[in-house]
Design a protein around this ligand. Structure first.
Ligand code: NAP
Length: 433
């Protein structure tokens, strides 16, 4: 009997695991269980709409999904429609690949005011993720503060800064496109609590900020050191040096003829969100970096804004039955092993860092561990799982179903755009009815 393997989640770490199992030629059936009807996790819901090339990797995931050993079970939420125990009882091995879906809270006074959004929510909103379809950020403001100096912060700033022409060939959700283009936004402040050398964004992403049609970067040259004295590995050093070079090229950039500005507010730690019920601004404390840490100087400034996007990192959550490290926001695991027959991959294993390809190592490792741990199948697998779904009255989506939804999105696309996303689960399901 083939080994039965369930993978919970269908993003990059899930599909790299599928790919590694297939490549190993394992005698197995692999079932990918996904909460939404649509597969691919962050590729669809996280990667910025104007970074279409990054999304191309989904073609390789699709090839795996279409392999005869693989079944897709979309629209099934473990913890809601079925329990983790249901899954674990059916399969020999279960791989948890659910990512880090939640925002780390900003944790300053006023962070609960109307107009403060975590980046997971804001990115989900512009990417048409059904969970955030109704987020409805009020962009009727001239100022937005983005907290954080990572690639997610830069994605949020860039999507707010681009013109409709720059976004025309993307799958930016219609509701987000309309709200952004109707906004009188002029100033986007990207606040880093540390300096330009410590900023986490990568250089391709940073450089893009100097190439925008209607938005000019604003950088204070006094923030830029002549050289990098901090100790770091050679690869990091290269990225930071390139970043400094890009930031230097931004100093004094002419914003003439451009309506928007992106302010690189280094050494600026948000200490309070100002306003009544609604955000009116952010109070920032000037910082210095000492031994790599941001230390407050006791000097404060205020920035006016109507929206705050906190892009300070994500955290995971997990269903009952799996040990969880609450402080790290990840599944308790040792090198990916959670319990006998249970494995974790991707951000739920190691936390929310790294690019899409970083997950390949996780997939390779989990596949190798499974094949090392199991020489024969003991659990009933797919047939038993489908029995549970039928007994519980759960409607699931096959990969063929998803292909119909996918085709309907592509047909509905604006000229030049890859698709017009369905942003509600019921609209996706309606395609099949
Ligand atoms: P990240 O790279 O870890 O950046 C988080 C940022 O938030 C850092 O600047 C951090 O500053 C700051 N921060 C954390 N806590 C803070 C606090 N309490 N107050 C103020 N600032 C705070 O995380 P991310 O941007 O969420 O990205 C997650 C991963 O996805 C990264 O590996 C990223 O490269 C990747 N990603 C890649 C792309 C791409 O390749 N285009 C796009 C999106 C995401 P400190 O450094 O001082 O802690």
């Amino acid at each position: 009997m083939p080994l039965s393997i369930a993978i919970i989640g269908s993003g990059p770490s899930a599909f790299y695991t599928v790919g590694a199992l297939l490549k190993a030629g394992a005698d197995c059936e692999i079932d990918v269980i996904e909460r939404l009807p649509s597969p691919f996790g962050l590729i669809r819901g996280g990667v910025a709409p104007d970074h279409a090339k990054t999304k191309n990797v989904a073609r390789a995931y699709e090839r795996s999904a279409l392999d005869e050993k693989v079944n897709y079970y979309g629209n099934i939420e473990v913890g809601r429609d079925v329990t983790f125990e249901d899954v674990a009882n059916c399969y020999d091995a279960v791989v948890i690949a659910i990512g880090s879906a939640l925002d780390r809270p900003l944790g300053v006074p006023g962070d609960g005011k109307n107009g403060v959004f975590g980046a997971a929510a804001f990115v989900g909103w512009y990417n048409g993720h059904p969970d955030f379809r109704d987020l409805d950020p009020d962009l009727n403001t001239e100022g937005v503060v983005v907290v954080g100096n990572g690639n997610v912060a830069i994605d949020c700033a860039r999507v707010l800064a681009k013109t409709s022409a720059e976004m025309a060939a993307t799958d930016l959700a219609d509701h987000a496109s309309e709200a952004i283009q109707a906004s009188p936004l002029k100033d986007i402040y990207m606040c880093g609590r540390r300096g330009p050398v410590e900023a986490k964004f990568t250089n391709v992403e940073l450089r893009e900020m100097g190439e925008l049609e209607n938005c000019a970067p604003v950088v204070d040259g006094n923030h830029l050191p002549d050289s990098i004295t901090e100790k770091m590995d050679a690869r990091d050093l290269r990225v930071r040096e390139k970043n400094l070079q890009s930031l230097r090229s931004f100093v004094g950039a002419s914003g003439e003829g451009k309506d928007k500005r992106i302010h690189f507010a280094f050494y600026s730690n948000p200490v309070e969100v100002l306003g009544d019920e609604k955000v009116k601004g952010v109070r920032l404390e000037k910082t210095e970096v000492q031994d790599g840490r941001a230390v407050g100087t006791g000097e404060f400034t205020e920035v006016a804004c109507g929206v705050v996007i906190s892009a300070i990192g994500y955290r995971g959550e997990i269903f009952d039955g799996v040990p969880f490290d609450d402080s790290a926001g990840i599944a308790v695991n040792e090198n990916g092993r959670v319990a006998p027959g249970v494995y974790a991959v991707g951000w739920i294993r190691r936390g929310p860092t790294g690019v899409i390809g970083t997950n390949k190592h996780d997939g390779d490792r989990a596949a190798a561990q499974i094949l090392e741990d199991f020489t024969e199948s003991k659990n009933p697998g797919r047939a038993a799982f489908e029995e549970i779904l039928i007994k519980k009255g759960v409607r699931w989506i096959t990969y063929e179903d998803w292909q119909k939804i996918d085709a309907a999105e592509q047909v509905a696309a604006n000229p030049g755009a890859p698709r017009r996303k369905f942003t509600r689960v019921e609209d996706m399901l309606a395609v099949l009815d």
